[in-house]
Design a protein around this ligand. Sequence first.
Ligand code: ZN
Length: 76
Amino acid sequence: MAAEAKDKKPKDAKAGGGKEAKGVSAGKWSAYDATGSGLVRKRKSCPKCGEGVFMARHKDRESCGKCGYTEFQKKQ
Ligand SMILES: [Zn+2]
């Protein structure tokens, strides 16, 4: 893996123009949920497919669109 962290382009990062376009474009597949207390990671990876394959959130459960694995959630 080539590390390019040292040479980040400020062009996209903080160019004047659109603001926070990154978060908006994520749409329904945003891996983060912005709450009043901050960013909370909610997406869960599928235990069968491995990391990188996220579970789709439903009302009371999460399911993998790839293999169909479903995990129910407890009420809080
Ligand atoms: Zn899966």
